[in-house]
Design a protein around this ligand. Structure first.
Ligand code: FES
Length: 91
């Protein structure tokens, strides 16, 4: 079933608002996608069209299955984001 598949894969949803883009969300996203590919981790990476309301703390992303909101991200946080998204505790 699709619902289970999404849970197993993990998902990181980046804020696509202007503030987070200006703060470098694209670079964090690129670093995460590159690391997931390198580590062979199945991961869904997406982006909202609108601001998540935490502009002063950007870049912002929400990581599933934990549903955790991560703020002030940088490229060096890619490994932590990947680990959090691959966490199976939410199952
Ligand atoms: S632009 Fe990302 S939280 Fe506002």
């Amino acid at each position: 079933m699709e619902k289970k598949k999404a849970k197993e894969d993990g998902c990181v949803v980046f804020c696509g608002g202007k503030g987070c883009r200006k703060a470098g969300s694209d670079k964090v996203r690129a670093a995460l996608e590159k690391l997931a590919e390198k580590e062979k981790v199945r991961l869904t990476v997406a982006e909202t069209e609108e601001c998540m309301g935490k502009c002063s703390q950007g870049p912002v992303a929400v990581v599933w299955p934990a549903g955790k909101c991560c703020v002030e991200l940088s490229k060096k946080d890619a490994a932590d984001l990947l680990e959090l998204a691959a966490d199976k505790k939410g199952e």
